[in-house]
Design a protein. Structure first.
Length: 151
């Protein structure tokens, strides 16, 4: 597992996840910055109240991931950390990033005219890859209800 983790770390350092999050932070409005800072303050307050890393630490209140992974140090959480997590989630939701990257590499190699032949995929055709189910399709199943989630 160590080699896999190292590979993932190298990959995201190459992509520049942290650098991109710092850039994004500079583009946020004051309200968004305030929300991210309030979240970071809450995380840091929680961890500080645990006595994290101190002898009197109440380990059973720590997130289980910290215990399992043997995390002994905690660097204070920042708004940039939250943006890194959001960027990471966005990255994992981009299921076609590999194809887009390969198309760009081929294009930059001077083979623009061959991109469509080598990798015939563009965002314009993603609607053909998605199954859309509307309420009429679901009404015939046991999953349909006229009640709203609030009701």
């Amino acid at each position: 597992m160590g080699n896999m983790t190292l590979g993932i770390d190298k990959f995201f350092r190459t992509v520049g996840l942290h650098r991109i999050a710092i850039e994004a932070l500079g583009n946020l409005d004051d309200e968004s910055l305030g929300i991210l800072q309030a979240y970071a303050d809450g995380v840091n307050d929680y961890v500080n109240n645990l006595g994290f890393g101190k002898a009197q630490s109440t380990g059973y209140l720590m997130p289980p991931e910290f215990i399992v992974l043997g995390v002994k140090e905690f660097r204070p959480w920042t708004p940039t950390d939250s943006l890194c997590i959001l960027k990471l989630l966005n990255f994992h939701l981009s299921w076609n990033w590999g194809q887009d990257l390969l198309r760009e590499v081929i294009s930059q190699a001077g083979l623009d005219d061959m991109v469509e032949e080598i990798i015939p995929f563009t965002a314009e055709f993603t609607h053909n890859l998605v199954t859309v189910i509307d309420p009429e399709d679901i009404k015939g199943t046991k999953l349909w209800s006229d009640e709203t989630l609030v009701a």
